[in-house]
Design a protein around this ligand. Structure first.
Ligand code: F0G
Length: 365
């Protein structure tokens, strides 16, 4: 049978019954790509693997949580779901709700979400409401409304979202034949995903699938770094709009993941994120969205600060790091176009093209 999505793959670890109607778009089981150009360049001691979550059906890791959240919302009889979103959650909720045949309402910060994500929520038929405020304000409203209305909340404070997203950790352990990587690096926004991965690793250890656990490395954008600063940020800023969040809902569990794993939650500037974003695309052929590149930017920073010197690899002679590339670059074409060299425009003539690519003399024209 063709692949049927992550709930089928990890059914025994998920709260679904034999008769549960599974709402799936065949998410999960994403590629793990060895960053052979970038790894050594960041630090010779590192072996960096890229978990390409942008290849999920709606282009981000949110599909892992959404297949569970929508499956359970339908099972519980809800006819509508709602979320606040910096873009990806709304795209995913809209798609899975469409597949389930239920309504979806999304609250997004006005003008602060990437265009690809907006287009997804719209084409899947969600009711898109732009709030003249930030994500944190939108989430507060969604929490309040779903408390009294017959609408299921599908943000990551919904525990089924975390259940679905924990399967990312299972896949990593399965890919490496039961050996945990030394580190896992990822962006942190509302902090649901770091919570979910940590839960997944711990559960896999409990059932004996793995003996050791990775250190969790989470990265926030410097203008939106409440966990690093130790207080909420009222007006979060960053061009990595996916993680433009000033008061993460899963703050405490993100800190627990950091502390229990002996990891770090750090911050990276927009400049550092942009460099990492460009480097990934230019040297590995991997196009992720800016927020996702903060995991690479964070590794660069830790490497420069000598962080990896004090650690010994679990296996082999290099430290194995898995970076979660949470969203596809096509989500945010504007950021790519702003980052890269502009195309040249020429007449439809061979010599003009050869000149543009610097081959005019070589061709002897
Ligand atoms: N990377 C991307 C591409 C995201 O869209 C998000 C969150 C994160 C990282 C951070 O994950 O919130 O679990 O810590 N996006 C949410 C949204 C907030 O609404 O799409 P987190």
């Amino acid at each position: 049978m063709p692949y049927a999505g992550l709930i089928e793959r990890y059914r025994e670890y998920l709260p679904v019954g034999r008769n549960t109607r599974i709402i799936s778009l065949c998410e999960g089981s994403t590629p793990m790509v060895l960053a052979h150009n970038l790894g050594g360049a960041i630090h010779p001691k590192l072996e960096i693997w890229l978990k390409y979550e942008g290849l999920n059906p709606t282009g981000s890791f949110k599909d892992r949580g959404m297949t569970m959240a929508i499956t359970k919302a339908v099972e519980e009889g809800f006819q509508a779901v709602m979320c606040a979103s910096t873009g990806n959650t709304s795209a995913s909720a809209a798609a899975y709700a469409a597949r389930a045949g239920i309504k979806c309402v999304v609250l997004i910060p006005d003008g602060k979400i990437a265009f690809g994500k907006l287009s997804q929520a719209m084409i899947h038929g969600a009711k898109v409401i732009q709030v003249k405020g930030n994500f944190d304000e939108a989430l507060t409203l969604v929490r309040r409304i779903t408390e009294t209305q017959p609408i299921a909340l599908v943000n990551s404070i919904n525990p089924f979202r975390i259940q679905g997203q924990k399967t990312g950790a299972f896949e990593i352990i399965d890919d490496f034949d039961g050996i945990a990587p030394d580190f896992q690096a990822m962006p942190v926004g509302n902090a649901g995903n770091i919570t979910a991965y940590w839960k997944g690793y711990k559960e896999y250890r409990e059932v004996g699938k793995v003996n050791s656990l990775p250190r969790m490395l989470g990265f926030q954008a410097a203008g939106s770094a409440p966990i690093v600063l130790g207080h909420p940020v009222e007006k979060p800023q960053t061009f990595a709009t996916a993680i433009r969040i000033g008061n993460p809902a899963s703050w405490a569990s993100a800190e627990a993941a950091r502390d229990e794993s002996g990891g770090v939650i750090g911050m990276v500037t927009d400049h550092e994120i942009r460099r990492a974003y460009e480097m990934l695309a230019a040297t590995e052929g991997i196009f992720c969205e800016p927020a996702s590149a903060s995991s690479i930017a964070g590794l660069v920073k830790l490497a420069q600060n000598g962080y990896f010197e004090e650690h010994k690899p679990r296996t082999g002679d290099r430290l194995r790091v898995v970076c979660i590339l949470t969203g596809h670059g096509l989500k945010d074409p504007d950021s790519a176009i702003k980052s890269a060299e502009e195309p040249v425009t020429v007449e439809p003539k061979e010599e003009e093209i050869l000149e543009a690519i610097g081959l005019l003399e070589a061709a002897g024209v």
